[in-house]
Design a protein around this ligand. Structure first.
Ligand code: CP
Length: 318
């Protein structure tokens, strides 16, 4: 593996899931594969799970990690080609990225979309500029449009909680939120579930919240949440802002918050959310505090997802 930006970087998703689960059983199985290698983790936005789990994963492989918070630990970066840097940005990615390439063996980046200019966000200009100018493998810690480490952990969590021979029914349901939220997690979950091909996959949301077809092709889209939830084995809850009316909140989403009543349509489904979650806005307390809720398992599995990816990047580099 040369970089990890989307499901397209993975030749064999089932094999990557198996590797992650092997690390879960034996975290130090490859404890020297990253000896003498340095992992740079650049955060342009806050993070709890991604930050810690990726550092633990690197440590399990023998790597040293260095975390940089853009704008506080280092200079505010500029990503626009040809920009006149007379504003708040201090250092261009063209100047900083080659230095990251000298210091680190693998570099991870967390960035969010601006949610103002769809074509700019969907061009992934931030992470692609880092790839272009650093010359080393780039690991997405969440980009403008995708969150692949989250999606990998989600598949690991579904796989280990599904023992039947038949494919599980996985439903991703839109949930209300108090502010515009990127489409990254929803795009990415759709992309990975479709690429995996081991689930019956349904997406439900109010009209106007259609995601980019590039990611949802292959899934059933149903605007009737109750119908979509019928017989679900896993319910993945996520808010996202509109893709068509880019970055806008179109509805307060009354009735869309997942509650116990919604769960009565399901097959005693497990519930999932990437976290952080707004309790009693996106999901009710009774769902989050129920034993069928997998949010802590998802977060815990972030270590094994990151470890599997880092080990593949290390192997791809040598
Ligand atoms: N799910 C997730 O990426 O969490 P953080 O934003 O805390 O890293």
């Amino acid at each position: 593996m040369k970089s990890f930006i989307s499901s397209h970087d993975v030749a064999d998703i089932p094999a990557l899931l198996d590797l992650a689960l092997r690390y879960k059983n034996n975290p130090l199985a490859d404890k020297t594969i990253g000896a003498g290698k340095r992992l740079g983790l650049i955060f342009m936005n806050p993070s709890l799970r991604t930050r810690i789990s990726t550092q633990i994963a690197g440590q399990n492989l023998g790597m040293d990690s260095y975390v940089l918070n853009v704008g506080t630990d280092n200079w505010q970066l500029e990503f626009e080609e040809g920009s006149v840097m007379n504003g708040s940005t201090v250092e261009h990615i063209k100047d900083a990225a080659p230095i990251f390439g000298e210091y680190f063996d693998i570099i991870g980046l967390r960035t969010f979309p601006g949610l103002k200019d769809r074509s700019l966000d969907y061009k992934e200009h931030v992470i692609s500029n880092l790839q272009k100018y650093s010359g080393i493998p780039v690991l997405s810690l969440e980009s403008a449009t995708l969150h692949p480490l989250q999606s990998l952990t989600d598949l690991i969590t579904i796989k280990e909680n599904w023992k039947s021979g038949k494919k599980p029914k996985v439903v991703m349901t839109w949930a209300p939120h108090i502010k515009p939220i990127p489409q990254c997690v929803a795009n990415s979950f759709a992309q990975w579930v479709n690429a995996w091909g081991e689930a019956e996959f349904v997406i439900t949301h109010p009209e106007g919240y259609e995601l980019n077809k590039e990611f949802t092709e292959g899934a059933e889209i149903n605007h009737d949440q109750s119908k979509a939830l019928e017989g679900a084995d896993f319910v993945y809850v996520k808010n996202w802002s509109s893709y068509a009316d880019y970055g806008k909140v179109l509805t307060s989403g009354d009735g869309w918050m997942l509650t116990k009543d919604h769960m009565s349509f399901t097959n005693q489904a497990h519930t999932m959310h990437c976290l952080p979650v707004r309790r009693n806005v996106e999901l009710s307390d009774e769902i989050l505090d129920h034993s069928n809720c997998l949010t802590t398992d998802q977060a815990a599995n972030r270590v094994w997802a990151a470890q599997a990816v880092l080990s593949e990047l290390l192997r791809g580099k040598s």
